[in-house]
Design a protein around this ligand. Structure first.
Ligand SMILES: [Ca+2]
Ligand SMILES: [Ca+2]
Ligand SMILES: [Ca+2]
Ligand SMILES: [Ca+2]
Length: 369
């Protein structure tokens, strides 16, 4: 956006006011990542970390003034230091406010007419690995269709649409679902779900029917990233992790009721994490490990039972465009359990192999997620 709209605006503000400014067309309020990629190819040759020492930096050449004015400094001091997603999120605000003309490169890119959300929520929500529920020898996955609230079960290793079976309805009010192991010792993995009113429910597998659910808690709206990790403290009862939204404190709760009385503080600063997934035992000590993504898209691995920040390892970047991280167990027969995640831009479901879950080693296993 080399010719800053701010300068133009400042220069002609009085004139616009005089003229009534009604001639300006309604700006596009959003644009897809592929449209922003076209703008970036023209503005910066698609170099999202470019800084040539002028006031315009990053893939979309956002001025330092605009970066600050539209909240970019929440991410990084200058645009070029932020992730591609963060640059696009600030560009969306500029686009909504100033229109496509804020970029000299916008003609021919479709920026003025595109209205797509660059990072839409995946169609399927609350992906939850539940082991082999239908006894076909392959691990299964639960997921809720966001538009209908229907709960489906998919079968591994690819969890394709062909394998899916409807197992319930009315799940759209559930804000979080996680597997907690076999609480009632009938051989099927059970799950807990938090509802938008803060109630916590236990659903026995393999069918997770509403009739058989039990309310086991309240007040869970204050907790984020509720994650079942199995019995990590070896007291014979399955455990659950959750982050208190207001403080960022990580707590471990003990089954079968996961009541507040059982909770133990095991970490701080976890409000920086946008997603947490249990990924089975990655280091061979018999205790479930987890991965977590921070706001800048860095992926970290933590070892149980305490998930200490001092022992964590950064194992990836670029994860801020991935959603619905879930450990389905070891579905590929590799040395360690796997990880699934949905690309928000493409809707593709990817499978990653542990212990580092590296991008180059990932496999796209489905579309339309
Ligand atoms: Ca199965
Ligand atoms: Ca069970
Ligand atoms: Ca335990
Ligand atoms: Ca472990």
């Amino acid at each position: 956006m080399r010719r800053s709209r701010n300068v133009i605006r400042a220069a002609v503000a009085a004139a616009l006011l005089t003229l009534g400014a009604a001639a300006a067309p309604a700006p596009a309020s959003a644009a897809s990542v592929s449209t922003w990629d076209k703008v970036a190819r023209c503005e910066s040759s698609g170099n999202w970390s470019i800084n040539t020492g002028t006031q315009y930096t990053g893939g979309l050449q956002i001025s330092n003034y605009n970066w600050q004015h539209y909240g970019g400094t929440d991410y990084a001091p200058h645009a070029y230091q932020a992730t591609k997603k963060q640059q696009i999120l600030i560009a969306e605000k500029i686009l909504a406010d100033q229109g496509a003309g804020a970029w000299t490169c916008s003609p021919g890119t479709g920026l003025a007419t595109d209205t797509a959300d660059p990072y839409p929520l995946p169609r399927m929500a609350n992906l939850t690995g539940v082991g082999d529920q239908n006894k076909d020898g392959k691990p299964d996955l639960l997921a809720v269709k966001r538009s209908t609230g229907v709960l489906y079960r998919y079968s591994g290793p690819d969890f394709s649409g062909d394998t899916r079976v409807e197992v319930g309805t009315g799940w759209s009010s559930m804000t979080g679902i996680t597997a907690v192991g076999d609480l009632n010792e009938d051989g099927a993995t059970d799950i807990v779900a938090t509802r938008s009113d803060g109630k916590l429910f236990l659903y026995p597998g393999p069918d997770y029917r509403g009739e058989s659910r039990v309310e086991i808690g309240t007040g869970w709206t204050s907790m984020a990233n509720v994650t079942g990790v199995g019995d990590v403290d070896k007291d014979g009862k399955p455990d659950l992790l959750a982050v208190k939204r207001s403080t960022g404190v990580l707590y471990r709760y003990s089954g079968p009721d996961f009541s507040g009385d059982t909770r133990v503080q095991i970490g701080t600063g976890w409000d920086a994490m946008t997603d947490i997934a249990a990924v089975g035992d990655q280091n061979g000590d018999g205790v479930t490990d987890i991965v977590a993504v921070d706001g800048s898209g860095k992926l970290y691995r933590y070892f149980g039972p305490d998930y200490k920040g001092t022992d964590r390892k950064q194992i990836g970047t670029g994860w801020d465009v991935m959603a619905e991280l879930v450990g389905p167990g070891n579905v590929t027969g590799s040395a360690t359990p796997d990880l699934l995640a949905v690309d928000m831009v493409s809707g593709v479901l990817y499978r990653y192999t542990g212990p580092d879950f590296s991008g180059p080693a990932r496999t796209g296993i489905g579309t339309g997620w």
